[in-house]
Ligand binder design. Structure first.
Ligand code: NAG
Ligand code: NAG
Ligand code: NAG
Length: 219
């Protein structure tokens, strides 16, 4: 009967899937982290234990996993890293803490970080990031801590970020942001401290009184 043919096919497929040819082929999260290792300079060799031939990255230093061997934390604050982030980081679906503060990382914040649907804390403060804050970060519905202060970020603060219902701490101070900042939604609890030292930032957006972006270009 056809059902037996189907069952044989399923069994054969299961056998193939349970016997990967190389350990790395089943190690999507390790591959994503290894892409980061390749993209950064690491003078203190803090990433030396990041061996891509291991079955998963859970024994690597500065990486924490859950009981399913999925990555939940990346703790690389103050590690003397330079270079840039990679879009592959957005594949770490269970990542809760992305701690990369106080390094010398540069380039853009990848929009793919908006795919980190478990993320609670995004700490990129005191680096050398440039470009705009990606609006995709508004997809991080579990985010509580967003600290991007002390970089060279430019452009407007994406209005979409006011939809982050769980946001408790926001710090975008000491950048080069421009335009006005929103004061509604989750942003209603933040004071001007969160936005200070952005010389081109004009102040709170006064809805109904001041037209958005009255001083022209904001890039
Ligand atoms: C780490 O960075 C600091 C300051 O940027 C520097 O003084 C120090 O030499 C660096 N250490 C190493 C091991 O590269
Ligand atoms: C920051 O990055 C720029 C290039 O985007 C570079 O010219 C500058 O030297 C970097 N700053 C530091 C402190 O490394
Ligand atoms: C948020 O995620 C949805 C679906 O996951 C996607 O369609 C949308 O483009 C994302 N929003 C942003 C601002 O990236």
């Amino acid at each position: 009967m056809a059902i037996w043919g189907l069952l044989h096919l399923v069994a054969a497929a299961a056998l193939v899937l349970s016997c990967p040819l190389a350990p790395t082929s089943a190690n999507l999260e390790g591959d994503a982290l290894y892409a980061l290792r390749r993209a950064v300079n690491d003078p203190k060799s803090v990433l030396q234990s990041w061996d891509p031939t291991l079955v998963d990255p859970c024994t690597w230093f500065h990486v924490t996993c859950d009981a399913d061997n999925r990555v939940t934390r990346l703790d690389l604050g103050n590690a003397n890293l330079s270079g840039s982030l990679v879009p592959e980081l957005g594949k770490l679906e269970r990542l809760q803490y992305l701690e990369l503060y106080m390094n010398n990382l540069m380039g853009c914040i990848p929009k793919e970080l908006g795919g980190l649907k478990s993320l609670v804390s995004l700490d990129l403060y005191h680096n050398n990031f440039s470009g705009a804050i990606p609006p995709s970060l508004s997809n991080l519905s579990n985010l509580k801590f967003l600290r991007l202060n002390g970089n060279r970020l430019t452009g407007r603060i994406p209005r979409e970020l006011t939809e982050l219902q769980n946001l408790k701490i926001l710090d975008v101070s000491n950048n080069d942001l421009c335009g006005t900042f929103p004061t509604w939604g989750s942003f209603s609890k933040f004071s001007e401290e969160s936005f200070k030292n952005n010389p081109r930032l004009e102040g709170p957006e006064l809805m109904g009184f001041v037209r958005y972006d009255t001083r022209g270009s904001c890039k």
